[in-house]
Design a protein around this ligand. Structure first.
Ligand code: NAD
Ligand code: WQD
Length: 337
């Protein structure tokens, strides 16, 4: 069974590649390395003690995508490749729409041509925008507030139309909440190219001494301590969710959407305090104004994934904080030695 992983060199992709190899799947990876380094794949291969083919290529390049399908017998695709920075998407929206949407269209066209009709797509809790009610179910209103989130929603709709046109497709849309943490080996993890906009990589950089303090965005939210509450999920739990979704699409057709989160919300201060306690690292912070577009609370109702995929998280906030720091301290400069 051979699985094509687009964006496999990235943060979630690399962890999923490792889980796939460990479960006995063969994988083929395509990534243009615009937000990742080949070292992540080298380490995946070392950890799994298995080799796999890597195409350093862009989904926007139809010829390369076609080459991947003509040279390999692909059974299913896990599609991570995309740009993901919310703020950047506001600055360069056309680039986001082109990369994420056109890249997916080209991929789907080639999949259709090669009769590969099984796909898992990385969507995001961002499609819910600012939720009116928590926990958020898959039926909650959708309304992304930025171009990044809109690319995800548009792709969800494209995949839905694709299924309506041809019921032989098996598609799983996974809406991730806030992935953090790293593989327990400390060999693979999140390695942001630029100043992190997400909280956990920022905390890691404060802990390693690259940044002075965390700016906590707002202290007057309607939450237990006034700071924003999110559903942090360990990246290895998330990766395992893909294997469950894969098992399902390989045996069925249809299109389904699943929230992948823990169902538990923690505030910014909860996360900082937990990180400090578990890792015995002081994380200085100060309060600044709210960040535009942020909601007070966003956490998942993940009942559907539990019932249908038989998936649930096993790692708690302590594991997430421990494994994040373990990765950072072993790789102070990320994948660059
Ligand atoms: P990442 O940036 O680490 O990985 C994405 C990978 O895709 C990178 O290696 C990048 O080089 C590659 N890529 C981007 N455009 C490409 C293209 N046109 N052709 C080939 N490769 C391309 O991001 P991640 O955190 O691993 O996220 C993976 C997916 O999950 C993304 O689609 C992201 O939008 C989605 N997601 C991420 C989060 C999160 O917080 N990390 C949350 C929800 C959803
Ligand atoms: C978490 C909390 C911030 C940084 C984003 C995307 C979402 C998904 C995950 C891709 C919030 C606060 C943050 C900082 C802070 N990604 N914060 N200081 O915004 O929940 O979700 O990443 O799909 O789509 O929108 O995650 O980590 O940026 O923020 O106080 O330096 O931490 O206000 O309450 P977010 P985050």
């Amino acid at each position: 069974m051979s699985i094509l992983v687009t964006g496999g060199a990235g943060y979630i992709g690399s962890h999923t590649c490792l889980e796939l190899l460990s479960a006995g799947y063969e994988i083929v990876v395509i990534d243009n390395l615009c937000n990742s380094k080949p070292e992540s794949l080298k380490r995946v291969s070392e950890l799994a003690k298995k080799d796999f083919k890597f195409y350093n290529g862009d989904l926007l390049d139809e010829k390369t995508v076609e080459k991947v399908f003509s040279e390999n017998n692909i059974d299913a695709v896990i599609h991570f490749a995309g740009l993901k920075a919310v703020n950047e998407s506001i600055t360069i929206p056309l680039h986001y729409y082109h990369n994420n949407i056109t890249g997916t269209l080209i991929l789907c066209q080639i999949m259709k041509k090669y009769n590969v009709k099984k796909m898992i797509f990385s969507s995001s809790a961002n499609v819910y925008g600012v939720p009116k009610h928590v926990p958020v179910t898959e039926e909650s209103p959708l309304g992304p507030t930025n171009p990044y989130g809109r690319t995800k929603l548009i792709i969800e709709e494209i995949l839905s139309d694709l299924y309506i046109s041809d019921h032989n497709w098996g598609i799983s849309i996974l809406r991730y909440f806030n992935p953090i943490g790293a593989h327990e080996s400390g060999k693979i993890g999140e390695d942001p190219n630029t100043t992190p906009s997400n909280l956990m990589p920022y905390i890691n950089q404060v802990a390693i001494g690259k940044r002075e303090k965390v700016n906590v965005f707002g202290k007057d939210y309607n939450t237990h301590d006034g700071t924003g509450v999110r559903d942090y999920i360990h990246v290895v739990d998330l990766a395992k969710g893909h294997l469950k979704a894969l098992e399902r699409i390989l045996r069925t057709t249809g299109i389904d959407v699943f929230n992948l989160g823990t169902g538990v919300g923690y505030s910014v201060i909860d996360l900082i305090k937990s990180y400090e306690n578990i890792n015995s690292q002081k994380i200085p912070y100060s309060f600044t104004c709210r960040r535009a577009g942020d909601s007070d609370k966003c956490y998942a109702d993940a009942t559907k994934a539990k019932e249908i995929l038989e998936w649930q998280t096993t790692k708690d906030l302590s594991d997430m904080c421990h494994d994040s720091w373990n990765w950072q301290k072993n790789n102070p400069n990320g994948y660059i030695e």
